[in-house]
Ligand binder design. Sequence first.
Ligand SMILES: Cc1cc2nc3c(=O)[nH]c(=O)nc-3n(C[C@H](O)[C@H](O)[C@H](O)COP(=O)(O)O)c2cc1C
Length: 309
Amino acid sequence: MKDGLYIAFAPLQGYTDSTYRRAHAECAGGVDEYFTPFLRLEGGVPRGKDLRDIDPDRNAGVPTAVQLISRDRDEFARLCDAVQALGWQRVDLNLGCPFPMQVRAGRGSGLLARPDRLAAIADEMRRRPDVGFSIKMRLGQDSADEGIALLQIINDMRLVQLTLHPRLGRQQYKGAPDREAFRRFAERCRQPMVYNGDLLTLQDISDLRRQMPALKGVMLGRGLLAQPWLLSDRQPLEVLSDMHERVYRHATATLCGDCQVLGRLHAFWEYHTALLDRRQLKAIRKATTLARYREAVAPLLRRQGVAEG
Ligand SMILES: Cc1cc2nc3c(=O)[nH]c(=O)nc-3n(C[C@H](O)[C@H](O)[C@H](O)COP(=O)(O)O)c2cc1C
């Protein structure tokens, strides 16, 4: 099915942390590259939580692109310094986050209407020839003209690839991805292109490929959260049970108290709409102690019961 097609696991803040990414790589596979949720500055320095998630030991053996979000060259340079100091040579720039707080600050899709700032970031990239940079972007914040207007700057960049999620920032996740707008952008873009947005099944991927044979690849987010086994040779239940065991062990070993642990475990199941019915999801969400939680998930997993915390 892959036949040379590059497949990336999209970054999903709150879901695809290093434990999840590693669990997926070890138990399911089929993904060429995992993108970290964006790393950002807080009070002028990279967030400690974000840095811990990209600790090289935690990510060993998992092909990873570290994603940054920044509003200008200075923020970008500071984040790159921190990431490169840890040994990373693969960095992705977020030009797509639609959250109002980030957009208002000129980050994510808020940067798409600021060609001057992107040009300065492009200069900063040129100063770092050892890093393989990529961009993950939307069509624009308010209009697809914004992305098109950036093409001259983007075409002059030295990028590994450009991922385009063909919605506007102001749409957030509403409305269908606009494939025609993707095509218009791709026709004039000289970077290897990756398509992202609402690819949920293998059929979706092969249909898209027939429509756009020149694509370097595809990036899947919620489709893989719902069916982590989608690209795997293994059985769904095996993948799910093995991944859950790893996430469960890590959560109980590193987080404090049932409440925090359960928060992480609830996130594991939240997008599993392919396998869970509403009643099962409700039972998991309602579990307020680990003992209750184990009871709720036991029937869903391959082995009865899960590792005792
Ligand atoms: C909960 C959530 C968190 C996300 N976090 C990020 C992020 O950190 N960086 C990013 O570039 N995109 C982020 N996205 C966007 C996804 O990477 C992806 O572009 C989007 O979900 C569309 O792809 P999909 O339809 O395959 O899920 C997030 C999306 C969701 C729903």
